[in-house]
Structure formats: C-alpha cells, structure tokens
Design a protein around this ligand. Structure first.
Ligand code: ATP
Length: 243
C-alpha cells in the first residue's frame, strides 16, 4: 500500500535519512524502529511531506505522493500524528479534533465553527476511543495521556486508510499503554486501517506489529517479522551502538 523508495533527507552534511527503502502492506501494522537519531521521525516527516525529501520516492496505492502538499496527501488517505501533541490549549477537545483535521498549519487559528455533521463525527470518534467525557474539556486541563488520545481522534477525522503514529505510547503509564494498544488493534482489525508506527517501547512493538522495519543511521538494516528482527545480529549491534 505504501512504498518508500531510496528516500533521502540531508540537512547539510547530516544524512538524517540516507537511501531508505521499505514497504507497508495493506491491512498490516508495521513498526519502524531504530536507535535514537536513526531517522525514523524524519522518514515519517518525508512521507507525510511535513518536510521535503532531498531525493527518493513515496508511493501510496500505486500513486506517487512525494511531490504533493501535506493536505493533498491527507486527502489521499494518509494521516499522521506527531511525537509532541499539537494540542491547542485554549480550545476544547472536540474543537481541537475538528480544527486539527481541517488544515495543515494549525497555529494561530480561531475557535472553529462546527457543523452538526462535524460535531457528530467527532463525537463518534471520541466514543470509539472511550473519551466522550472529555469532549468539552479545555485543552489545558488534559493529562498527557488524554492528549495522546485526542491526537488519535483528530487523525481519524479525515477518514484515513493508513495512519502513521509517532510514538503513540511514548511516556505513558502501563494502563494507558494497554488502552492505546487496544485502540490501535481495533483500528486495524475492526476499521481495516493500515498502521505504520514509530515506537521505542519494544514490548508494544513485539505484541502489536506484523512486520518490523529497523533503521540505523538513515538506512534500513533489517525488515521482517518481529521474532526474526528481535534476533537479528545487525539489529542487536545497532542497539548496542555497534553500527
Ligand atoms: P528518535 O528516536 O530519537 O526520535 P529518530 O530515529 O526519529 O530519533 P530523527 O529525529 O529522524 O531520528 O533524526 C535523524 C538525524 O537527523 C539525527 O541525527 C538528527 O539530529 C538529525 N536531524 C533531524 N532533523 C534535523 C533538522 N531539522 N536539522 C538538522 N538535523 C536534523
């Protein structure tokens, strides 16, 4: 469904992504892992076109998307979350969910006027995630975990086919991690969404993913089922700083 071919993103002499090639199969949960600085978030940014790749190609459903603007990519069915929540603290959760789904550059936006249709859709998504009780809570009252769930809700407003999750369980407690695992699994199994996930939590990755792509120093060094990747000497070496 998603194909990344020879992707490069260079910042001056820094090769953040350096010829990465991998694919995400339709209906799968694929994890993108690697040590700090491996280029995972930069790869995400290139795929969603938050940054412009230096070279390489990204294909979605047989169509090249690396030259499209971010909102066009969203319209084609690819949405992503960010490592840091884009919570606008002076808006309620439901306003956040709606406004974040509308535009690519969200800073400085006014409180959105909601159509009944948008509100109903947002409420149905909050319900799916079990957070309708915080729909009218102000952004600045949210816990860290609630922000993570709100970001997930915003992502679903665009009816994506494939979602890119950047550290969805980063810094959350074990109870919330279980909840997030449940939501991701439900989105994959019940709603048929394809998932690409960057996450440092190995337990989550091993339990959730069908396939794991490992990056180190901007390149893909291993790609396969979790049990295989876990034992791969190059992967073990990369995590110990040997690559
Ligand atoms: P982490 O797991 O720590 O989030 P990562 O695998 O997501 O790491 P990236 O954040 O993609 O790695 O960074 C890859 C490399 O590119 C790092 O060396 C980082 O310092 C560098 N880098 C990323 N963004 C920029 C930028 N805007 N300007 C310069 N260098 C950058």
């Amino acid at each position: 469904m998603l194909e990344v071919k020879n992707l490069c993103k260079h910042y001056g002499g820094i090769k953040a992504v350096d010829g990465a090639t991998f694919a995400v199969e339709r209906g799968s949960i694929t994890a993108l892992i690697g040590p700090n600085g491996a280029g995972k978030t930069t790869a995400f940014n290139c795929i969603s076109r938050t940054v412009t790749p230096t070279s390489g190609e990204v294909w979605l459903d047989g169509e090249r998307i690396d030259q499209l603007r971010p909102h066009k990519i969203t319209a084609k069915g690819l949405s992503r979350t960010f490592q840091i929540s884009r919570n606008l603290s002076d808006m309620t959760v439901i306003e956040n969910v709606i406004v974040q789904s509308r535009v690519e550059g969200i800073r400085g936006l006014l409180r959105p006027a909601m159509s009944a249709e948008e509100r109903d859709k947002a409420m149905a998504i909050l319900d799916f995630l079990g957070i309708t009780r915080i729909a009218y809570e102000d952004g600045h009252n949210l816990s860290y975990g609630q922000k993570k769930l709100m970001d997930l809700a915003a992502l679903l407003m665009s009816d994506p086919k494939i979602i890119l999750l950047d550290e969805p369980a980063g810094g959350v407690n074990p109870t919330l991690m279980e909840e997030i695992i449940g939501h991701i699994r439900a989105l994959n199994e019940k709603k048929g969404l394809t998932v690409l996930i960057v996450e440092h939590n190995m337990e989550l990755i091993m339990r959730l993913s069908h396939r794991v792509v490992v990056m180190a120093q901007g390149r893909v060094i291993c790609d396969g089922p979790p049990e295989m990747v876990r034992k791969d000497p190059q992967v073990l070496d990369a995590y110990l700083g040997g690559v």
